[in-house]
Design a protein around this ligand. Sequence first.
Ligand SMILES: *Cc1c(COP(=O)(O)O)cnc(C)c1O
Length: 345
Amino acid sequence: MNNIIRKNILTLKPYSSARDEFKGKADLYLDANESPWDDGSQLNRYPDPMQRDLRKKIAEYFKVEEETLFIGNGSDEAIDLLIRVTCEPGIDRIIQFPPTYGMYEVQARIQNADVKNILLNKDFSLPVKDYQSQMDEHDKLTFVCTPNNPTGNVFPTEDIEALIRTTSGLIVVDEAYIDFSNVESMIGKIGDYDRLVVLRTFSKAWSAAGIRLGVAIGNPTVISYLNAVKYPYNINRLTAGKAISLLDEKNTYKERRELIQRERQKMRLELSKLPGIETVFPSEANFLLVRVQNSATVLVKKLADRGIIIRNRSYLPRCKNCVRITIGRPEDNKRLLNNMKEILI
Ligand SMILES: *Cc1c(COP(=O)(O)O)cnc(C)c1O
């Protein structure tokens, strides 16, 4: 790992908070300059920097050891920190497979890390051969999003493992949408591959984008560096409390996940029947990528005039005239369909 983590991070002495330094049990805390008045929710106190209660719950849910878990302010924080601990500005780079999630490139640019783009194949499969012929030691991170945003397809585990066996850096598998698919998570493989980091989020299937909670799961050494550079109190008490209650009651999560899967199937069929639709790509996520015969930009504008926002993806490579439509509740999907019917006639 010493060749992957930046030198200044290897030797970093992290901020030590008052709560980090005292491990025992006390009943009067005059160490952190907090207000002494509690309204019953303990919000006058700083949260636990190591997020012990939440960490225990999340580790149980994913069936992993606690030291393999980084808990972040959204998986966007994990993406940012992974780049910051590995990529030397102006020297190292990330690899991504466009069309894909936009944050990998944005966070890399902020770090002044270069971005190597290897386009997905025409059928949206992973260009494993191209990848294998292009690797060098400055390629620190490779982002693989599966199911991929915005194409919706999943990549076979064998292809991802081929990348892991090729790289001298880390492979970051972003599973933000995997709850909506029937494929197995790569989390089960982190013990097999030190170079594998898996990202999961509460923003999609858990109906909790507003609490900002995501996790990175990987080998304890890499995870320890993420924990060393994070803000000490990156997860606030409200978020931790809400996440724990979500994990205590999984039925809603399960019901909604299944409903989205059924609605996705229905919407794919219904959208395919509309005039002016060229392709509705198969999807394992909670959205559909749709190619229209005429201008995607005009369709997006006409729907917006009716108060309905979908995502124009037509400027991304391989996505000419494509829009991305999130699966909503049954009544939302019906409303979208009715409006598309009127517009596309
Ligand atoms: C939505 C999304 C996320 C989630 O990011 P959070 O910061 O956890 O909200 C991560 N990756 C991809 C590909 C996404 O589409």
